[in-house]
Design a protein around this ligand. Structure first.
Ligand SMILES: [Zn+2]
Length: 179
């Protein structure tokens, strides 16, 4: 991981607070849990860390990018949703469906809607999803993001291993605050 850059987080939060309920919810979570937003090279647009932070792909949104850009804000809302879920759900296809839904809703609230038809299929999935829904969502996500998106490695729902990872989250978060 690259060194942390506390990067205009106030600007990001301020802009989210001006959005609708999904954006405001993410902003409240970020403020309430001391989530840091930094940059790290990766195969996707953004990711969450076990320590409770968000890392964005500098190829998608560099420090020179406008922090009010809807793409960046949508990614932040998506990753904040995963942090709020906890690792057990976030490391499953069911968790991803909720993350994609949050990003889609945020983009609508920010008046920069996502129009890709695969997105629409994913966000129409009802809650709670069936196994068939989750397989369909995974196939659609791969059409949007490609094989570099490692969704095909994840279980459909939380399982023994994803719950096992979640047990380490409080420890990782405490380490962050000591650092
Ligand atoms: Zn995700």
């Amino acid at each position: 991981m690259k060194s942390w850059q506390e990067w205009r987080i106030e600007t990001i939060v301020d802009r989210l607070l001006q959005g609708g309920p999904v954006c405001r919810h993410a902003a409240d979570y970020i403020l309430g849990h001391d989530v840091r937003i930094g940059f790290a090279r990766q195969s996707t647009g953004g990711r969450w860390t076990l320590g409770g932070d968000i890392e964005l792909n500098p190829e998608y949104c560099s420090p020179a990018t406008d922090p009010e850009g809807a793409q960046l804000l949508g990614l932040v809302v998506h990753e904040a949703a995963h942090l709020e879920q906890g690792a057990a759900l976030a490391l499953s296809v069911a968790g991803e469906v909720l993350g994609w839904k949050a990003e889609y809703a945020a983009r609508s609230e920010l008046r920069a809607p996502l129009t890709n038809p695969h997105w629409r299929t994913i966000v129409r999935i009802l809650d709670p999803p069936s196994d068939h829904d989750l397989r369909l969502a995974r196939a659609e996500m791969l059409k949007v993001a490609g094989r570099r998106y490692l969704i095909w490695l994840l279980p459909l729902r939380p399982n023994f291993w994803t719950r096992w990872v979640e047990r380490f989250q409080p420890l990782a978060a405490r380490r962050k605050h000591r650092a």
